[in-house]
Design a protein. Structure first.
Lengths: 299, 672
C-alpha cells in the first residue's frame, strides 16, 4: 500500500535519508521507530507527499503521492506540530475539511462527539495541545481515509484517550482495511498496536520485522544450575545476550523455541524458565548484535 | 471516486475570504474616510471662492496625481495582503498542513492569489459605488463625474494588482513574511538605487564620468516612483505604459506560479527559498551595501577618495556577514570569511582596473571626423529626452511646459569648428584633472556611427586656462543662437516688447509698432553677435531687460540688456525711450549704507548703524560698482532712495573704492 524505494533526501549538505526502502501492507499498522533526528519526520513528510524526494520513488497504491490530490484525498496526515486556522471553531474546521476530503462522513463526525468530549463550537487554537490532537483525530477519522500517516500521534494524550484513539484506529484497520504508518520513539506504545516495526537509524531502515515473527523468533530463558555452569552446551544456538549471576544464567537466544528448550535441557539445569520478552528487549538485543549504539537508538 | 480538479478551489478561496476579510474592511474604511467622506465634508463646508481649489484637490486625488495618504495606502495594503495570504507558506506547520490537503500546488497558488485580489478589489469597488451615490444625491455631484470615478477605480485596481503581483512573486522566492515585505520594496527601488549609488562611485573613480544614457534608469518607469513623483497622468504615453505594467504584473503572477510549483516546503522560514539564489543574495547584498557605505563615507567627508575606499571595506564586510547571518540563521558566520575574500579580490581587481583606466574611459576623446554633434550644456535630461530618446514631449509634459524645448533649445553643436573646439577643451580638462571649482557641465558626443560618448566635467569660466578653450566656442554664432533667445526672435511673431529697468521703479516702455519691433530685434541680434566671451561670462548684474511677448505663446521671454549693448542703448536714447524707463543718476535722492551683518545677527541692535550719502560722485560710484557676490564676507547694503522707490544692492567692504567712499565705509565701521 505505502511504499518507498531508494528514497534519498538531503537538506543542504546533510543527507537525512539515504537509499531508504519501506513497505507498508494494506490493512496493517506499521510502526516507525527511531531516535530523535533519525529522519522519521522527514520520511513521513515524503510519504505524506509534502516533501519532494531527491531520488527514489514514493507511492501509495502504486501511485506517486507528491502533487497527487487523488491519493491525498484518501489519506490523512496528522503532524507532530498541528496547525489550525486561528479563527475557526471545530465545526467550522470540520466544514472546511468536509469540502476538501471527498469521502468526508458527517455521521461519523457526529458520532465521534461522544468519544471526544470537547464543545465543537470552541475555537481550535484556544484548546490545549492534547485537545488539539484529539480534534485532529476526530477530523481525520471523519474524513474516512484509506491511509493514515501519524507522526508521534499520541504525544500529549492522556492514557484513557490514547486507548480510545487507538481502538478507533484499529477498528478502521479491521473494518475498512485502512493502512496506518505511525512513528514514535516509544516502543511500548507501538508494541500493542503494530504488526510491523521498522527502525530508522541515520537515514536508513536498519531493521524491518513482522512483530509476531520477532516474538516467536527470540526467546528469553532463565536457567539455574546446582553447581558450576557447564560449558559448551550453548555452542549451537545463536545467543544474543547472556548474564550470569552466581549459578543463575539469563539467556536471550534466537531460534525455534522447542529446539532451544531441548538444548537447554541437555545441560541439566535445576531450573529452566521461559520468561516473557518485551519488544524493547528484542530491539535492544537485536540491534546490540548489529553493532549499533543501543543507548542512542531506544530511548 | 472522481475528483474534480480545477485551478480555483472554491473552499480555499472562501476560507481565505473568511480569514482575511478584516484587512479588506479596514482598507475600505480608510479609503472611505480619506476619499468620499472627506470630499463630502470639503464640499459641504465650501465657500464660493474655494470651489476651484476643491475641484482641483478632488481631481488630483481621483487621478492619483498627488502624493498623499492614498499613495501610501495603495503601495502598502496590497503588499500586506500578499504577505498575509501567503503567510501559510512561510511557516512550517501551516505549510505542512495546507499541503497535506488533497489540493495541487497550482490550485493552491491560483486560489490564494485570487482570494487576495478579490479582497483588494472590494474596497475600491465599494468606494466607487459610494462615490456614484454621492455623485447623484449630494453636493459632490458638481465635482464628481462618472468617468472620473471609473478612472479612479481603474487606477486603484491597477496599482493594487501591480504591487500585489510583485509582493506575491517575491513571496515565492523567500521563506519569511518579513523578508517578503522588505524585498518587495527593495526590488522596486533597486534599479534606481544601484544606478544612483554606482554613478556616485564612478564619478569619484573615473574622471569625467557622467550619467548612463539608458532609459532603464528613469525613475518614472517604476510605478513606486511614478506614484510618489506624482508624474502619473502627466505622461503622454500613459495608456501604453499602463498596458505594459499590466502585462508585467500578469507575467509576475505566472512566474510566481511556476516558482511555487518548484518551491520546496522545507524552506519555510529561510530568507531565500531557493538555495541556488544564496550566492546572488549574498554578493548582491555585499555589493549594494558596499556602494551605500562608499557613498555615505565619501559624501560625508566632502568627496575624499580614501574615505570612499574605507566605506567600501566596512560596508561590504557588513553586507557579506549580515547576508550570511540571514542565510544560516546563526551569528556564527565568521568562519565563512573565504567568500568575502574572493569578493574582495574581484573588487580590488575591478577598482585597480578603474584607477589605471584600463578601459581607456578617462582618456577617450573622439576625433572630430567621428563626431556628428556634441551637447555642451548643464542639463542631462534635456539632452536625454531631446537627443537620445527623441521624446521631448515627455519632458515637456513633466515640466507642464509645452514650449520648453522651443524656449530652451539644448546646446547641440554641429559645426566643425565647435566640435573641434569642444574636443580640444575636453583634452585640456583631462590633462588638468581639476575637480574643485566651476560648475559641472556635460560634454556628450553623438557619433556618426550612432554611439554616444558622455562625460561630465567641472568647468570654470573664470579660470584663465579654461577660458582660452571656452572663448572660441562661446563666441561662435552657433553657440550664441542656441544660448540667447534674443538671437532667435522673429519680428513678425512679436506682439509686444517692453523695456524696463528694475532699479528705476518706473513703468516699462511698451513697444508695439512693427518698425520699432523690427529695429529692436535686429539690434538685439547684432549685439548678440558682437558679444565677447568676457561679457557673456561677466557676473555683473544686468538690470535692464526686454520682455518679449510672442503671438502664439503663453510665457513671455526676458532678455537682459547688458551695458555693453551700446548701439541698442543708443537707439533707445535716440528714440527717447531710454529716459522713460531707465534709472538716471539724477533720480537718486540719496543712498543709505548699512552693515549687512547688523541686521542678520544681532537682535538687540535697535538701530543698525547707518550712513547717508548725498554726494553725487559717491552715489555714482556706488551705482556703477560691481555688486558683491560673496555672501560670507562683511558686506554693506546700499539703499538707493529713488523718488518713491527704493532699490538696494550689496557692496563688499573689501572692494577697491575711492577715498571718499572709503571714508563712509570707515564711518560705518566706527559707529559699529
Amino acid at each position: 500500500m505505502i511504499e518507498a524505494q531508494k528514497l534519498t533526501k538531503s537538506f543542504g549538505n546533510y543527507k537525512v535519508l539515504e537509499d531508504l526502502n519501506l513497505k507498508v501492507k494494506k490493512a496493517s499498522v506499521y510502526g516507525l521507530l527511531g531516535p530523535n533526528g533519525a529522519g522519521k519526520t522527514t520520511l513521513i513528510k515524503h510519504l505524506a507527499g509534502l516533501y519532494r524526494q531527491d531520488q527514489g520513488i514514493v507511492t501509495i497504491d502504486n501511485q506517486p503521492v507528491y502533487e497527487n490530490p487523488q491519493v491525498k484525498g484518501q489519506m490523512i496526515y496528522i503532524a507532530d506540530d498541528l496547525y489550525f486556522f486561528s479563527q475557526a471553531s471545530i465545526d467550522e474546521t470540520a466544514k472546511f475539511y468536509s469540502k476538501i476530503y471527498p469521502d468526508w462522513n458527517w455521521d461519523r463526525y457526529e458520532q465521534l462527539k461522544q468519544v471526544f468530549p470537547i464543545d465543537s463550537k470552541r475555537r481550535v487554537v484556544k484548546l490545549s495541545k492534547g485537545m488539539q490532537k484529539q480534534v485532529a483525530f476526530w477530523l481525520g477519522i471523519s474524513s474516512m481515509p484509506k491511509v493514515m500517516i501519524l507522526d508521534e500521534p499520541v504525544d500529549g494524550l492522556d492514557p484513557v484517550m490514547r486507548k480510545k484513539v487507538w481502538s478507533l484506529i484499529l477498528q478502521d484497520v479491521a473494518e475498512r482495511q485502512v493502512s496506518v504508518l505511525v512513528s514514535s520513539h516509544n516502543l511500548r506504545e507501538l508494541e500493542d498496536v503494530c504488526d510491523h516495526i521498522g527502525i530508522l537509524h541515520k537515514g536508513k531502515i536498519v531493521v524491518e520485522r513482522e512483530l509476531d515473527d520477532m516474538k516467536s523468533d527470540v526467546h528469553k530463558f532463565q536457567l539455574g544450575f546446582a553447581g558450576d555452569i557447564p560449558e559448551g552446551f550453548l555452542a549451537g544456538p545463536e545467543v544474543l545476550h547472556r548474564t550470569q549471576t552466581g549459578s543463575i544464567l539469563l539467556l536471550i537466544a534466537r531460534g525455534d523455541k522447542n529446539e532451544l528448550l531441548q538444548t537447554m535441557k541437555s545441560a541439566n539445569p535445576v531450573i529452566l524458565d521461559v520468561l516473557p520478552l518485551t519488544l524493547e528487549e528484542i530491539f535492544i538485543y537485536e540491534l546490540g548484535g548489529m553493532g549499533y549504539d543501543i543507548q542512542n537508538i531506544i530511548i | 471516486m472522481t475528483f474534480k480538479i480545477s485551478l480555483f478551489n472554491k473552499t480555499l478561496i472562501l476560507s481565505d475570504l473568511k480569514r482575511f476579510w478584516w484587512v479588506s474592511a479596514l482598507y475600505t474604511l480608510a479609503l472611505m474616510a480619506y476619499i468620499p467622506f472627506s470630499h463630502l465634508m470639503k464640499a459641504m463646508g465650501m465657500e464660493v471662492q474655494n470651489i476651484t481649489w476643491i475641484q482641483d484637490t478632488i481631481d488630483r486625488m481621483l487621478s492619483f496625481s498627488q502624493d498623499d495618504v492614498q499613495a501610501i495606502l495603495i503601495c502598502t495594503v496590497p503588499v500586506l495582503m500578499a504577505a498575509l495570504i501567503f503567510r501559510y507558506l512561510q511557516v512550517d506547520k501551516s505549510a505542512v498542513m495546507m499541503h497535506s490537503l488533497p489540493i495541487k500546488r497550482s490550485s493552491h497558488y491560483a486560489s490564494h492569489c485570487l482570494a487576495g485580489f478579490i479582497l483588494l478589489i472590494i474596497p475600491a469597488v465599494l468606494n466607487s459605488l459610494i462615490m456614484i451615490l454621492l455623485d447623484y444625491f449630494t453636493v459632490l455631484g458638481s465635482f464628481y463625474t462618472l468617468p472620473k470615478i471609473v478612472t479612479w477605480l481603474g487606477l486603484n485596481i491597477f496599482f493594487c494588482l501591480f504591487f500585489y503581483s510583485i509582493a506575491v512573486l517575491v513571496g515565492m522566492f523567500t521563506g519569511s513574511s518579513v523578508a517578503q515585505i522588505v524585498f518587495t520594496y527593495i526590488i522596486q527601488i533597486l534599479p534606481i538605487g544601484i544606478y544612483v549609488l554606482l554613478k556616485f562611485s564612478l564619478e569619484q573613480l573615473l574622471f569625467g564620468f557622467g550619467e548612463v544614457p539608458y532609459s532603464l534608469f528613469i525613475e518614472d518607469k517604476y510605478p513606486l516612483f511614478l506614484l510618489f513623483n506624482s508624474a502619473f497622468l502627466r505622461n503622454p504615453h500613459m495608456a501604453g505604459w499602463l498596458l505594459a505594467y499590466i502585462l508585467t504584473a500578469a507575467a509576475f503572477l505566472v512566474l510566481g506560479w511556476f516558482v511555487y510549483k518548484h518551491r520546496r516546503l522545507e524552506t519555510a522560514g529561510d530568507i531565500i527559498a531557493f538555495p541556488a539564489f544564496y550566492p546572488a543574495f549574498k554578493y548582491g547584498m555585499t555589493f549594494c551595501l558596499m556602494l551605500v557605505g562608499g557613498t555615505y563615507f565619501c559624501g560625508a567627508s566632502r568627496q575624499s577618495l580614501p574615505m570612499l575606499i574605507l566605506g567600501y571595506v566596512i560596508a561590504s564586510a557588513l553586507g557579506y556577514f549580515v547576508a550570511e547571518i540571514l542565510i544560516h540563521k546563526s551569528f556564527r558566520v565568521l568562519h565563512l570569511y573565504k567568500g568575502y575574500l574572493y569578493y574582495a579580490l574581484v573588487i580590488v581587481i575591478l577598482l585597480g582596473g578603474l584607477s589605471l583606466d584600463v578601459s581607456g574611459f578617462v582618456k577617450r576623446v573622439p576625433s572630430p571626423e567621428e563626431v556628428e554633434k556634441v551637447y555642451f550644456g548643464y542639463n542631462y535630461n534635456d539632452w536625454f529626452y531631446f537627443e537620445k530618446e527623441k521624446n521631448p514631449e515627455f519632458l515637456e509634459s513633466r515640466y507642464q511646459d509645452s514650449g520648453y524645448f522651443e524656449d530652451n533649445p539644448p546646446i547641440l553643436l554641429e559645426s566643425q569648428e565647435n566640435i573641434a573646439g569642444v574636443i580640444e577643451l575636453q583634452k585640456h580638462l583631462i590633462k588638468e584633472r581639476k575637480r574643485e571649482a566651476g560648475s559641472s557641465r556635460y560634454i556628450i558626443y553623438t557619433l556618426k556611427n550612432g554611439d554616444y560618448i558622455l562625460r561630465q566635467y567641472n568647468i570654470n569660466e573664470a579660470d584663465q586656462s579654461d577660458a582660452a578653450f571656452l572663448k572660441p566656442i562661446y563666441e561662435s554664432l552657433e553657440y550664441k543662437k542656441l544660448k540667447f533667445p534674443a538671437m532667435r526672435l522673429v519680428p513678425e511673431d512679436i506682439k509686444l516688447m517692453s523695456v524696463r529697468d528694475d532699479r528705476s521703479g518706473k513703468q516699462p516702455v511698451n513697444l508695439t509698432g512693427t518698425k520699432d519691433i523690427r529695429e529692436l530685434t535686429e539690434l538685439l541680434k547684432n549685439e548678440g553677435i558682437k558679444m565677447s566671451y568676457e561679457d557673456m561670462t561677466s557676473s555683473r548684474d544686468s538690470y535692464m531687460r526686454i520682455s518679449v511677448l510672442e503671438n502664439n505663446k503663453r510665457n513671455e521671454q526676458n532678455i537682459l540688456v547688458q551695458s555693453s549693448f551700446t548701439s541698442l542703448l543708443n537707439w533707445l536714447k535716440d528714440k527717447g525711450y531710454y529716459d522713460q524707463f531707465a534709472l538716471h543718476l539724477e533720480d537718486i535722492e540719496s543712498v543709505e549704507l548699512e552693515k549687512v551683518e547688523d541686521r542678520a545677527y544681532s537682535d538687540n541692535a535697535a538701530t543698525p548703524s547707518r550712513v547717508t550719502i548725498n554726494e553725487r560722485e559717491v552715489i555714482e560710484e556706488l551705482l556703477n560698482i560691481d555688486p558683491s557676490t560673496n555672501y560670507i564676507s562683511n558686506d554693506v547694503s546700499a539703499r538707493f532712495n529713488i523718488r518713491n522707490h527704493v532699490w538696494s544692492k550689496r557692496v563688499s567692504l573689501e572692494a577697491g573704492v575711492s577715498p571718499k567712499l572709503k571714508g563712509y565705509f570707515a564711518e560705518l565701521e566706527k559707529d559699529n
